[in-house]
Each structure stands twice: as C-alpha cells, then as structure tokens.
Design a protein around this ligand. Structure first.
Ligand code: UDP
Length: 151
C-alpha cells in the first residue's frame, strides 16, 4: 500500500467543489487516512514548488495558493500515487481528459483544482511537509476484500 498527498487548492475551496472532489476519491475506493484545512505560508510553498523556482509564474502560483485555506489529504491504496495522478489529469485543465478532475472542473493551467504527488519520493517528502505522524491514521477499511480481491 502507498500513501499520497493531495491538496484541494483554493480553486476547489472557493468554487464549492471540495465535497465532489473528495467524493471521487471515496467512490474510487481510495482510503482517506488524513485530512485537514490549513493556510499555507509563502515559506512552505517555496519548498513545495521549489522545482518551479526559476519560472516566471513562481510568485503567482504561490500567491494563488494563499487566496484561501486549502485542504490537505493523505490518501492510501495500492499504486495510489499513480492512480491519483491519473484521476487528476494533466496540469492544464483545458488539455485534461474529460472524466478526470481537472478535465471536468478546470479551464486553467494555474487554477487546476488539486495538487497530487507525482512519485514515491515526492509523496514521502510532501506527506512529511504537510502532516505530522499522529495526523495520519491507520485503520481498517472494511471494503478491502471487495476493492482489491486477490491483487
Ligand atoms: N502551473 C502554472 N503554469 C504553468 C505550469 C504550472 O500556473 O505553466 C501551476 C499549476 O497550478 C500546477 C503547479 O503550478 O499544478 C505545479 O506545476 P507542476 O508542473 O508541478 O504540475 P502538476 O504536477 O501540478 O500537474
């Protein structure tokens, strides 16, 4: 089992679609093992988006993430890092496939509803960045036999 980090960005919070997006993860069979609303600081965002520090839009995306609180989520499942990236769709909402979260809810590159970790290494670092150990819960998911059978 893997755990991945998802952020419901201000574009989800402001538009009132947090519940719909969370519901997609639940219906897919992904277990929510951590979730909270937080206001992100410029410092934590500089770390989170450090791979984009040289880009002209670096300041703009950090500001956009501070327009309102965000919801950070720890999601657990088999291959969940890859599964959630697929559910999210590609970065630009206008290019994202219909059926994906960005494809269904976004018309923007910047305001693209969610962040999702893109590798096991970034999931590990990002979970540590946004959650303390006692905020991620280990509990049994009663649907497991129906979700995975013998996978
Ligand atoms: N972003 C942007 N303009 C760009 C590329 C990215 O505003 O040309 C924003 C967008 O919100 C994206 C975030 O910066 O989700 C992080 O970019 P990354 O390349 O890591 O894409 P992601 O992994 O989120 O799809």
């Amino acid at each position: 089992m893997e755990i991945t980090l998802v952020i419901l960005k201000p574009s989800a919070v402001q538009r009132g679609i947090m519940g719909e997006v969370i519901s997609r993860f639940e219906k897919k069979g992904i277990q929510i093992v951590g979730m909270k609303m937080v206001e992100l600081t410029d410092e934590i965002l500089s770390e989170h988006y450090s791979h984009l520090a040289e880009k002209s839009f670096f300041g703009r995306i950090k500001d956009a993430m501070r327009v309102s609180p965000v919801v950070v989520m720890a999601l657990k499942g088999l291959d969940v890092i890859n599964v959630v990236r697929k559910l999210a769709g590609v970065t630009n909402g206008r290019d994202a496939q219909p059926g994906t979260i960005r494809g269904d809810y976004s018309m923007s590159v910047q305001e693209n509803i969610i962040h999702a970790s893109d590798s096991p290494q970034s999931a590990e670092a990002e979970l540590k960045r946004f959650f303390s150990e006692n905020e991620i819960f280990n509990y049994s998911h009663h649907l497991l036999p129906y979700l995975y059978a013998n996978d």
